[in-house]
Design a protein around this ligand. Structure first.
Ligand code: DP6
Length: 375
């Protein structure tokens, strides 16, 4: 007989960015990072894994298309590590006198993974994908390990994936050990902590292919003098302040650190040699719009952040969401609907052609991985 599990995992968007590896094969970062896990109602990866003694090899399907597992080193590492934990667990069960232990660690696997969002949406799927793989393996193998222990494995798939194992607000502590044993994800607050917080994902049209994260990070580590200042002086303080901002639900502090950290991440990209550009004219216009929107009151009302591409994620509070989405539609989607807030400097933001922002996904803080079905 076979054993099967299906699970889902969420996307996370960093508000203090991971950028730089001190060990490329273990995905050990040069700085700690912090993210918000987004609701799985809008964005999630889903993975089914079957273990069967009759399978002659381990096979993998991504969005319905079979991929060569042997060509995917990070995937292999995650499977190998999960198997290692399973055999340790099997040995322990045997020592404890269990006679009916299924040798699952020896069985080959069929892995089917898909995203409910098209890759064409321009959203990174590696974080939710690897988190889902590791979580599903842990369920299939009934691993007794904690979520932070599992984050060690997900991290080796993709650095940011370790943060998608938790819901809510999640820190990835960089750690100091050479073997990465203390480079783990921990939850700062759960998904119920700050229900007023909303994320608007603005999918920006873009023709160019971007520099991948791994290559980009390596170039920045090698060539950017500014990165040293960031990792030694700036990020450690920001991590502390951001944890405080989250615990106190202090949107002002949250917003300022989020925008400053996105800016600094893109600054170290520009400081790399040759420079790396992820923002485009549309991204910059969105930054302008958020700044003008923030200028109409003494408190911050919104905060932008950008990853390794031109798409914007704007964090705001529920009370502002319709107003802000209306502005994005007016300026970047060719729609005239919605009121312009009084004292907003209408001419300070350029009106871009219709379709500059292709669509908006409105979402909230969400929970961690879920078990869907048992086999
Ligand atoms: C800009 O986690 O995709 O989104 O470890 O090489 O897989 P690898 O990199 P990845 O990098 C994410 C970079 C970022 C910032 C972040 O999510 O913290």
């Amino acid at each position: 007989g076979y054993y099967e599990k299906t699970c889902t995992a969420p996307v996370n968007i960093a508000i203090i960015k991971y950028w730089g590896k001190r060990d490329v094969s273990l995905n050990l970062p040069t700085n700690s990072s912090l993210s918000v896990t987004l609701s799985q109602d809008n964005l999630q990866s889903k993975t089914t894994i079957r273990a069967d003694p009759s399978f002659s090899k381990t096979r993998l399907w991504l969005n319905g298309i079979e991929e060569d597992v042997s060509a995917n080193k990070r995937m292999q590492t995650c499977i190998k590590e999960a198997r290692r934990l399973r055999s340790l667990y099997e040995q322990q069960l045997l020592r404890d006198g269990n006679s009916d232990v299924v040798p699952l660690a020896e069985y080959n696997l069929h892995i089917c993974s898909e995203n409910n969002f098209p890759t064409a949406a321009g959203l990174a799927s590696s974080a939710s994908g690897f988190a889902c793989l590791v979580y599903t393996l842990a369920q299939l193998y009934s691993l007794p390990n904690s979520t932070s222990e599992l984050s060690l494995i997900a991290r080796q798939g993709s650095g940011s994936a370790c943060r998608s194992l938790f819901g809510g607000f999640v820190a990835w502590e960089m750690g100091v050990n050479y073997d990465g044993s203390d480079s783990i994800a921990v939850q700062i607050a759960d998904e119920h902590h700050w229900p007023e917080l909303v994320a608007l994902i603005c999918v920006v049209s873009d023709a160019k292919k971007t520099v991948g994260s791994t290559a980009g990070m390596q170039s920045t580590v090698k060539t950017s003098p500014l990165l040293k200042e960031r990792i030694e002086q700036v990020v450690p303080k920001r991590m502390e302040e951001m944890v405080k901002a989250i615990k106190n639900k202090d949107f002002n502090m949250f917003a300022e650190i989020t925008m400053r950290d996105s800016n600094q991440f893109h600054a170290v990209c520009l400081d790399s040699f040759p420079p790396i550009f992820y923002l485009n004219d549309i991204s910059r216009a969105i930054i302008k719009l958020v700044n003008e929107y923030n200028a109409i009151s003494s408190d911050y009302k919104a905060a932008y952040t950008f990853d390794a591409g031109p798409n914007a994620v704007i964090y705001t509070l529920r009370e502002n969401v319709d107003e802000l989405a209306g502005l994005v539609k007016r300026y970047f989607m060719g729609e005239e609907r919605g009121q312009i807030p009084s004292s907003f400097r209408v001419d300070a933001v350029p009106i871009l052609e219709k379709g500059s922002v292709r669509h908006i996904i409105k979402t909230t803080v969400g929970d961690g991985p879920r078990i869907i079905e048992d086999g």
